[in-house]
Design a protein around this ligand. Structure first.
Ligand SMILES: Nc1ncnc2c1ncn2[C@@H]1O[C@H](COP(=O)(O)OP(=O)(O)O)[C@@H](O)[C@H]1O
Ligand SMILES: [Mg+2]
Length: 214
């Protein structure tokens, strides 16, 4: 089964402020979509709607044909990294992912270690996450997002804190996941970070999609 996201006439207001306006997007499996625009334009908020953390004021989102309902959990088959992923600083990377994996209870230690290796970290390192660099933490966040093999990946500013080499490694990883048929959405305030990677880029400004580049 492959991923699909349909966003229809989505609007979001906080009080008087209109923060997302008339968003209509259809996204399909096997592609990487970019959301770009300056800070505050609504990229993270749109991601939070797609994973059901935030409810729209009007309009709807369907994931694999199922409309998201109020009070629902993150839809199955969606993996995400939100801005500045939070981990428990006292524990190792493996232990952090293991605890998060136990929430769904269907991931093996071996799969966790494989995924940690895939993002360029040492799966047997005892180093506590509190001593990680920003880039290492970001890599661990990406590992968490992909370790349960979701069809849909929401990556909010995934290149944050990565050096050039790290950006290139994560690019290669995301291209492989796309080839496997995943639907990937990446938000970034720097278009250059994701330009090479994306099949379609939506440029946002003040809560609106103002341009679509293919
Ligand atoms: N919980 C909230 N309450 C009020 N305003 C919010 C909330 N979350 C986001 N916003 C506002 O929505 C706009 C879009 O924010 P955001 O999606 O975080 O921007 P981006 O990720 O593009 O930098 C901003 O003006 C922000 O202040
Ligand atoms: Mg953001």
């Amino acid at each position: 089964m492959s991923g699909k996201i349909e966003i229809r006439n989505l609007n979001k207001q906080f009080g008087e402020a209109i923060v997302l306006k008339d968003i209509n997007i259809v996204m399909e499996a096997g592609k990487i979509y970019g959301l770009v625009g300056r800070n505050g334009c609504g990229k993270s908020l749109l991601m939070k709607h797609i994973c059901g953390f935030v409810r729209p004021t009007s309009g709807e989102i369907a994931i694999n044909g199922k409309v998201l309902k109020e009070g629902q959990d993150v839809p199955e088959n969606v993996g995400l990294i939100i801005e500045n992923p939070g981990f428990l600083p006292e524990y190792s990377g493996f232990r952090n992912l293991k605890m998060l994996g136990m929430i769904n209870g269907k991931i093996s230690d071996q799969k966790i270690r494989e995924t940690i290796r895939l993002v360029g970290l040492d799966p047997f390192s005892k180093k506590r996450v509190g001593a990680y660099s920003l880039g290492m933490r970001q890599r661990l966040g990406i590992a968490q997002a992909i370790m349960e093999d979701p069809q849909i990946l929401l990556l909010d500013e995934p290149m944050n804190g990565l050096d050039n080499e790290g950006v290139e490694e994560i690019r290669q990883l995301l291209l492989r996941l796309k080839e496997e048929g995943k639907l990937i959405i990446i938000a970034s305030h720097t278009k250059e970070d994701i330009d090479l990677l994306c099949d379609v880029v939506y440029r946002m400004d003040k809560g609106k999609i103002v341009e679509m580049l293919e």
